[in-house]
Design a protein around this ligand. Structure first.
Ligand SMILES: NC(=O)c1ccc[n+]([C@@H]2O[C@H](COP(=O)([O-])OP(=O)(O)OC[C@H]3O[C@@H](n4cnc5c(N)ncnc54)[C@H](O)[C@@H]3O)[C@@H](O)[C@H]2O)c1
Length: 266
């Protein structure tokens, strides 16, 4: 969308976990601003549906973000097809919702693998192509890592998730610092509770008497924590991702953007 302050024409973006929720919306938003989008997900069908809905030059790839060989294949594919990489959105994630003493080591490790090791692997795999893009085209490529408000404040029964998202926050800052003179920027995004499938399959929370809350009652408990009075929408988060992807944020690196309707303000 030439002329728009967030214009991404000519830029190439890789969005992980784009088969649903925030990643799916991000693929749409970045493509709408002119980017060529590679939409990846462990759920290949979901990524394919996203790419088909986005249309144009969008490409879907099956991609487990915990697998180094998948990262190598995906980045090689981007290099072959597009020859450059301007935007990496490390968005794929899961959320373990379990009281601390009931969280198993296997669950804890899986949580770190999907949410943090993925960001480590993704930045290592993509940086050579992003550095080449920076020097060849004299641009400032952008890595955007999706953390959470639970990378900034604690959430009860989210200890493994909070550990993972806190690590994403500081991993982003450390890599931003190390690459600050190269043109490649690294920032993190911290969404508050957002209407997606992330919590699908959770045990419902219980009231003081131990009875499971209805979905409406559970939603009311969450909404009570959000000063704005509504859940975030994927469009709210994708708009901030578009800003960090664009040259409008050229002077931002090592920063964190919180989009939470005031959740962490009180
Ligand atoms: N929804 C929220 O309230 C919220 C709040 C803060 C942060 N976040 C973060 O936003 C990101 C996106 O989550 P969402 O809310 O859109 O949830 P979502 O469940 O709708 O989407 C997550 C996507 O990640 C994919 N995925 C899971 N494991 C994967 C793997 N190993 N490899 C590749 N893809 C994998 C899933 O298939 C799914 O398409 C996550 O990192 C999440 O932690 C979400």
């Amino acid at each position: 969308m030439a002329g728009h302050i967030f214009d991404l024409s000519g830029k190439v973006a890789l969005v992980t976990g784009s088969g649903s929720g925030i990643g799916q919306q991000t693929a749409h938003t970045l493509a709408g601003l002119g980017a060529q989008v590679f939409a990846t997900d462990i759920n290949h069908e979901g990524a394919a549906a996203t790419a088909a809905a986005v249309g144009g030059t969008a490409t879907a790839l099956g991609h487990d973000v915990t697998a180094p060989e998948d990262w190598a294949r995906v980045v090689a594919r981007v290099q072959d097809r597009a020859g450059r990489l301007d935007i990496l959105v490390n968005n794929a994630g899961i959320m373990v919702n379990r009281p601390f003493l009931e969280t198993t080591l296997a669950e804890y490790r899986h949580q770190q693998a999907v949410n943090v090791e993925s960001v480590f692997l993704g930045m290592q795999a993509a940086l050579p192509l992003m550095l080449m893009t920076a020097s060849t085209h004299n641009v400032s490529p952008s890595i955007i890592n999706i953390s959470s408000v639970y990378g900034q404040v604690a959430g009860a029964t989210f200890s493994a998730y909070s550990a993972s998202k806190g690590a994403v926050r500081l991993l982003s800052k450390a890599v931003a610092y190390e690459f600050a003179r190269t043109g490649v920027r690294v920032n993190s995004i911290h969404p508050g509770p957002t209407a997606t499938n992330l919590g699908a399959g959770w045990e419902p929370p219980r009231d003081a008497a131990g009875n499971p809350l209805s979905p409406e009652e559970a939603a009311a408990v969450w909404l009570n924590l959000i000063p704005n009075g509504r859940f975030g929408m994927p469009t709210d988060i994708a708009a901030a991702i578009a800003f960090l992807a664009s040259d409008a944020s050229a002077y931002m690196t090592g920063s964190e953007l919180t989009i939470d309707g005031g959740y962490t303000a009180v």
